[in-house]
Design a protein around this ligand. Structure first.
Ligand SMILES: [Zn+2]
Length: 143
């Protein structure tokens, strides 16, 4: 047995039991499910389950301690990210856009680089099919 929440076009909502979801489909196709309020069989549908909203009141960060912890964790992650990039890629500064293009179009050996680019430039690169990632860059000396 399976229970469905049903909804009629008249606005009535009610529950009904079915042998299986197949049975529901069969009855529904043949318009054999009737609304107990208005008797209509034409427009009784399974009502959509309300999805669970991820950011419900319960999941909102409750107090400052939690907030602090959250930001500390994020900061730490970003720091790690920065260190990783610095270790594994070559800094090319504001030549980033031209460098990344020449690498992409194979004039230079493939290598990882990082540097600065404006939003507009980044978008142009993406439009050309060049994969670039923009990451928040946090200063090393953390006050
Ligand atoms: Zn109805």
């Amino acid at each position: 047995m399976i229970k469905y929440n049903l909804e009629c076009s008249c606005g009535e909502k009610f529950e009904s039991w079915f042998q299986s979801s197949n049975e529901y489909d069969k009855l529904s196709k043949k318009n054999l499910i009737s609304c107990y309020a208005c008797g209509s069989t034409k427009d009784v549908k399974k009502s959509l389950m309300a999805p669970n909203v991820a950011m419900s009141k319960n999941t909102v960060v409750k107090d400052n301690d939690q907030k602090k912890e959250f930001y500390t964790n994020v900061k730490k992650k970003l720091k790690d990210l920065r260190e990783y990039v610095e270790k594994n890629a070559e800094y090319v500064g504001d030549k980033f856009v031209s460098e990344v293009r020449s690498i992409h179009y194979d004039n230079k050996k493939k290598r990882s680089i990082y540097g600065t680019a404006s939003l507009k430039e980044t978008k142009e690169l993406t439009d050309e099919g060049i994969e670039v990632a923009t990451i928040p860059w946090i200063p090393k000396e953390d006050s």
